[in-house]
Design a protein around this ligand. Structure first.
Ligand code: URA
Length: 292
């Protein structure tokens, strides 16, 4: 891994290793983490050039979101959701559209969980669905797995208050924290795609298989697709590099997977530092689901 110049990040990396009960060396080579790092600033993709001042204002252009036909039938409800998502021309409008969507999830959940962090940071992380703590507070990743996520991010110098933006595929907590159904995921994925288009991140990280599979439109499991950059095709924005990694809740249940998670964090850090070109060998994500 490249060196971390920032003392806080260095301590956070050490704390994470201690919390994870580091006993083995996870890297082949020794690393000098005290060597100053030349971090390349990462910011959101600049918005497209504005029309000339006196040009008549063009109405917001609808943006076609790919239909997720591979994850279950494309129902009228999903078509309605897609229309609502495509019509949102700001984050506030997107949030309002998600709140307006008629779904049984809305009746059982508490607060709508939209996002947290810095929208213009250039780094967007997408999880699955709110849990009990998120549902109560209306913010993503504030429970136990969120605390682990914060520690993992801090270990590579990333903090939601400064340089990351967090959201989920589902804005509502599924009752009893059950796994979201394919229909629920299909219903809300167009909103997540539109969310990326509005935030214009330079890099996206998928936390867990649900987000990765829905957004990359693949049936491949997370262990197969994690750890390398994929091309996320976002209508209205273009190709965004996207890194699937293990969900922190899974890491809490399966501590043996921390080695993989640490490798993914290092890849993210190296990419943030401009040491890796994420699209150089990125896997193409938009192959037909039926071939799997
Ligand atoms: N798990 C998620 O995927 N998202 C959250 O916000 C919390 C837990």
């Amino acid at each position: 891994m490249d060196a971390l110049s920032d003392t806080e990040a260095l301590l956070a990396a050490l704390e994470l290793q201690i919390a994870w009960g580091a006993e083995d060396a996870l890297e082949e080579d020794p690393q000098d983490r005290t060597r100053p790092r030349e971090a390349a600033p990462i910011v959101a993709v600049p918005p497209p050039a504005q029309p000339a001042a006196r040009a008549p204002a063009a109405p917001p252009r609808p943006i076609a979101t790919p239909a997720l036909t591979g994850l279950g039938a494309f129902t009228p409800a999903q078509a309605a959701a897609q229309g609502l998502a495509e019509g949102a021309d700001s984050l506030d409008a997107l949030r309002a559209a998600m709140a307006a969507l008629d779904t049984p999830l809305r009746d059982t959940a508490g607060k709508l969980v939209f996002s947290d962090g810095v929208a213009g940071s250039g780094l967007m992380l997408i999880g699955e669905a709110p849990g009990a703590d998120e549902d109560r507070l209306g913010r993503p990743f504030v429970g136990v797995s969120g605390q682990l996520l914060d520690r993992m991010l801090a270990s590579i110098g990333v903090r939601r208050e400064e340089n990351a933006y967090l959201t989920n595929i589902l804005p509502w907590r599924p009752p009893g924290n059950r796994t979201p159904t394919d229909a629920e995921i299909n219903l809300f994925t167009p909103f997540a795609v539109r969310h990326v288009a509005l935030v214009r991140p330079r890099l996206v990280v998928f936390l867990g298989g649900t987000a990765a599979k829905a957004m990359l439109r693949t049936r491949d499991g997370i262990t197969r697709i994690r750890g390398r950059w994929h091309r996320l095709e976002v209508p209205g924005l273009g190709t965004v590099p996207a890194l699937p990694t293990l969900h922190p809740a899974y890491l809490l249940r399966s501590p043996a997977q921390k080695r993989e998670a640490w490798a993914d964090l290092r890849l993210l850090r190296r990419t943030l530092d401009g040491l890796v070109d994420p699209l150089a060998k990125a896997a193409v994500s938009d192959r037909p689901l039926s071939s799997n």
